[in-house]
Design a protein around this ligand. Structure first.
Ligand code: NAD
Ligand code: IPM
Ligand code: MN
Length: 353
């Protein structure tokens, strides 16, 4: 049996609470489907590590993590002690860029049993994948602050759209749309206001679309796209977006589908030159940390995506159905109107698996 080496990076806050449930569920699936997994736990990256060492991770983090088959990541950030841009640029954003995880794949589904905040929506009405560009765009460290402290003080931050970067995320999204029954792709743009990068993005979408004549594709400006997520989410299938637009849509989508506590994401290096990283969409949630009430489903669903990426589709499907069953008549955490703890929900799902 091949043994997959997984690095466990729980991070901060509820990352530390949901991680054991993610592991419990993956272990249950591994047992059922005879998959070999070897877990290695890291104390970093975390804000506690930062307070002790003045950095989020040791200098040789890349060498230490590079040999793993996947990175299982909780959440990072504790803004009371470490500014968010320091903790995130010192950890997660380094992983995405240095391991060239240029796809951030975020499924959004309204699942049976989940109360939906939108009127008259039923399971099936929200069923999409957000494909978020994950290494460039608006998330750039190019720029600076000048004339500090004078009345000419200014800051400048560039957005970067490379042809390689744009084309590869579009290609992934079109290929994903090919596998979906609706064969429909929507691109998020803002070419009316952002007059250089977004017309370029649109141009590349049209060029890529020529290679996929069977895929119907359309473009919406991000403002009305956000409105349509709320008003008519059923029109979306695969939604491809730049780094920032994709970030916003991937909190909005799950909120429309009930709670961000169940939303997973896969930061993929599709060529497998580097390890891919699987993490909930949500953050460290300092407001609920320490009470054992965080919803572990996002982390568990990430575990399913991780097994899928490692080649175990059946195990993925079994984990997702276990989540679905638990949502119908199992225990629920308070974000979904229940009173169960993180551990209770995690144990229920593992038992179903
Ligand atoms: P957040 O996602 O941590 O929390 C937003 C709200 O959603 C909070 O009210 C929280 O209680 C709730 N929530 C989040 N996850 C939940 C879960 N599993 N179950 C129940 N409720 C849940 O976002 P934030 O408050 O903007 O950020 C807090 C910290 O997390 C910041 O430091 C931020 O930078 C960081 N962050 C990290 C990641 C990451 O590591 N991938 C992602 C987002 C935010
Ligand atoms: C996410 C998060 C991160 C992002 C933050 C924490 C840097 O919000 O994974 O969605 O913006 O990518
Ligand atoms: Mn986000």
């Amino acid at each position: 049996m091949k043994v997959h080496k997984i690095a466990v990076l729980a991070g901060d806050g509820i990352g530390k609470e949901v991680m054991p449930e993610g592991i419990r569920a993956v272990e249950a699936a591994a047992k059922r489907f005879n998959i070999g997994i070897e877990w290695t736990t890291f104390e970093w990256p975390s804000c506690e590590y930062y307070l002790e060492h003045g950095k989020m991770m040791p200098d040789d983090w890349k060498e230490q993590l590079n040999g793993y088959d996947a990175l299982f990541f909780g959440a990072v950030g504790w803004p009371d002690t470490v500014p968010d841009h320091v903790s995130l640029w010192g950890s997660l954003l380094k992983f995405r860029r240095q391991f060239d995880q240029y796809i951030n794949l975020r499924p959004v589904r309204l699942l049976p049993g989940v109360p939906c905040p939108l009127a008259n929506k039923k399971p099936g009405d929200i069923d999409m994948y957000i494909v978020r560009e994950n290494t460039e765009g608006e998330y750039s460290s190019v720029g600076g602050r000048m004339f500090e402290g004078t009345d000419r003080e200014f800051v400048l931050q560039e957005a970067i759209f490379t042809r390689t970067g744009v084309d590869r995320v579009l290609k992934f999204a079109f290929e994903l749309a090919q596998k979906r029954p609706k064969k429909h792709l929507t691109s998020a743009t803002k070419s009316n206001g952002i007059s250089i990068s977004m017309p370029y993005w649109d141009e590349r979408v049209d060029a890529m679309g020529l290679n996929y004549p069977e895929i119907k594709h359309d473009k919406y400006h991000i403002d009305i796209l956000a409105a349509r997520f709320v008003l008519s989410p059923e029109r979306f299938d695969v939604v491809v977006a730049s780094n920032l637009f994709g970030d916003i849509l991937s909190d909005l989508g799950p909120a429309c589908a009930g709670t961000i506590g169940i939303a997973p994401s896969a930061n993929l290096n599709p060529e497998r030159r580097f390890p891919s990283l699987f993490e909930p969409v949500h953050g460290s949630a300092p407001d609920i940390y320490g009470q054992n009430i965080a919803n572990p489903i996002a982390m568990i669903w990430c575990g399913a995506m991780m097994l899928d990426f490692l080649g175990y589709t059946e195990a993925h499907d079994a984990m997702v159905s276990a989540v679905e069953r638990c949502l119908v008549d199992g225990p629920r955490t308070p974000d979904m109107g229940g009173t169960a703890s993180t551990t209770e929900v995690g144990m229920a799902i593992a038992a179903i698996i």
